[in-house]
Design a protein around this ligand. Structure first.
Ligand code: ADP
Ligand code: ADP
Length: 243
C-alpha cells in the first residue's frame, strides 16, 4: 500500500509568453519507509514536482492536473484548512538553503516551539522540552536553543531545519537538494544522520538532487527526470549502473 501515489501529474506555468509545461505526465509512488530519489539536471522540473506535492507553490499561474493521492486522499482537492494540516502533520519539506527556511531574528528554540505550539495541543513547558529533544535527535546540544541562526554553522543550521521538519512526526519528508549548499564533509555527516533517523523513525523520503552518486547511497529507488518527464524509474542499483 503506497503512502503517496502520483498519477499522471502535469504542472503548467502560465507566463506572458503562454503556457509552459514544467512537469509532464509523471506517475510515481512512495511506500511507507521508502526513500525515493529524483535526479536530473537543473530546470528539468524536480522542484516543481516537490512543490506540487505540498501545494506550497502558490506562484500565480501554476496549474497542476492529475492526482496526488496521500493515503488515498487527493492533495489537489484539499481545502485550504486540510492543506495546512497536511503540510505540517503529514509532510514536511527541507530546502537547500537553511537561511530561506529559518527566521534570522528568532532563536532556534523559539522556532521549534512555535511549530509545536501552532500544531499540537501542548504546554509551553512540554514544547520547550520537546524542542531540546529534537535538537538532540539531530545531534545538537540543547544549549543551542538560545542561538540565532547566524550564530550557527551552515551544517548546524541545516540540522535545525531537519529538526523542525521532524517536529510533528510526519510520515513523508521532501528534501530538495538538502545538502547541496554544504561542504562534502558536512554533507556526509548529515546524510549519515539522516540515514539513522530514517531507520529509527521509519518515515518516507522524497530526495531531490542533481547528484546521482549521492542518491545511490541514500535512495531505495531513483527516478530520473528530463525536460519535465520521468524518463527512468527503478531500483537505485539498476539506475546507477545504467547511465
Ligand atoms: P529543477 O528543480 O529541476 O531545477 P524547476 O522545477 O525549478 O526545475 O523548473 C522546471 C521548469 O519550470 C524550468 O523550465 C523553469 O524555468 C520553469 N519554472 C520554474 N518556476 C517557474 C515560474 N514561477 N514561472 C514560470 N516557469 C517556471
Ligand atoms: P522512546 O522515547 O520510546 O525511546 P523514540 O526513540 O521512538 O521513543 O522517540 C524519541 C523521541 O522522538 C520522542 O519524543 C518522539 O516523540 C520523537 N519521535 C518519534 N517519532 C518521530 C518522528 N517520526 N520524527 C521525529 N521525532 C519522532
Amino acid at each position: 500500500e503506497a503512502l503517496l501515489e502520483i498519477n499522471n501529474l502535469c504542472v503548467d506555468y502560465v507566463s506572458p509568453n503562454g503556457i509552459a509545461r514544467a512537469v509532464n505526465n509523471v506517475s510515481l509512488s512512495i511506500a511507507p519507509g521508502e526513500t525515493v530519489g529524483i535526479a536530473g539536471e537543473s530546470g528539468c522540473g524536480k522542484s516543481t514536482l516537490a512543490f506540487a506535492i505540498t501545494r506550497l507553490h502558490k506562484a500565480p499561474g501554476l496549474i497542476p492536473h492529475g492526482e496526488i493521492l496521500y493515503q488515498g486522499r487527493d492533495v489537489l482537492k484539499m481545502s485550504p484548512k486540510e492543506l495546512r494540516d497536511f503540510r505540517w502533520n503529514d509532510v514536511s519539506i527541507v530546502f537547500q538553503s537553511a537561511m530561506n527556511s529559518l527566521n534570522p531574528v528568532i532563536t532556534i528554540g523559539e522556532q521549534l516551539t512555535d511549530v509545536l505550539l501552532a500544531h499540537k495541543k501542548i504546554s509551553i513547558k512540554d514544547a520547550t522540552a520537546k524542542a531540546a529533544e529534537l535538537l538532540s535527535i539531530v545531534g545538537m546540544h540543547g544549549d543551542r536553543l538560545k542561538s540565532f541562526p547566524h550564530q550557527l554553522s551552515g551544517g548546524m543550521r541545516q540540522r535545525v531545519v531537519i529538526a523542525i521538519a521532524l517536529a510533528l512526526e510526519p510520515k513523508l519528508i521532501i528534501m530538495d537538494e538538502p545538502t547541496t549548499a554544504l561542504d562534502v564533509v558536512v554533507e556526509r555527516e548529515i546524510l549519515n544522520e539522516l540515514y539513522d533517523l530514517k531507520e529509527r523513525f521509519g518515515f518516507s523520503i522524497l530526495f531531490i538532487s542533481h547528484d546521482l552518486s549521492l542518491m545511490g547511497e541514500i535512495a531505495d529507488r531513483i527516478g530520473v527526470m528530463y525536460a519535465g518527464n520521468l524518463i527512468e524509474l527503478g531500483d537505485s542499483k539498476t539506475v546507477f549502473n545504467n547511465p
